[in-house]
Write a protein that binds this ligand. Structure first.
Ligand SMILES: [Zn+2]
Length: 161
């Protein structure tokens, strides 16, 4: 278990399509565990492999204890519906927050660390976090979807909530 270094924007690895995972071995398990340590260390609710300089379709999301840590390997959004708008940030853009509109609900198909395919339905903030991380795997950054950046006062209100 180890905390990895986060790649900050701008960096090519953050803006390219990641490769699918086809080997589910101990190295992958170690990587997922390191991603978890890194996400916790930097107080994130999700982390994608390119953010630690690995161009593979691997992401984790952990928004609350109820859902725990969700491991998304080769994830695909197979259904989405509704819309939601809310503030978003990213560990690769420290201190930057903006309002992003995304589908409210998604259905995702992905593989777990053993290569088993599963499906997951998520809504609201969890759906937002999952979509943000899946975007990373395709080189899409949240800044390309921000409708409005939030200033310091608005940020303070958010952190006080
Ligand atoms: Zn991000």
């Amino acid at each position: 278990m180890a905390v990895r270094k986060i790649v900050m924007h701008p960096a090519d690895i953050l803006e390219q399509e990641c490769k699918p995972v086809d080997v589910f071995d101990k190295k992958l398990t170690k990587l997922l565990d390191d991603m978890y340590d890194t996400m916790i260390e930097f107080d994130g609710v999700g982390l994608a492999a390119p953010q630690i300089n690995i161009d593979k379709q691997i992401a984790i999301v952990d928004v609350d204890d109820q859902h725990g840590t969700i491991e998304l390997i080769n994830p695909e959004i197979i259904e989405s519906s509704g819309t939601q708008s809310g503030p978003e940030g990213c560990l690769s853009f420290p201190g930057l927050f903006g309002e992003v509109t995304r589908p409210y609900k998604v259905k995702v198909r992905a593989q777990d660390r053993k290569g088993r395919t599963y499906e997951l339905e998520a809504e609201d903030f969890l759906a937002r976090a999952i979509q943000h991380e899946i975007d990373h795997l395709h080189g899409i950054l949240f800044t390309s979807k921000v409708s409005r950046y939030l200033d310091e006062n608005e940020l303070e209100e958010l952190t006080e909530e």
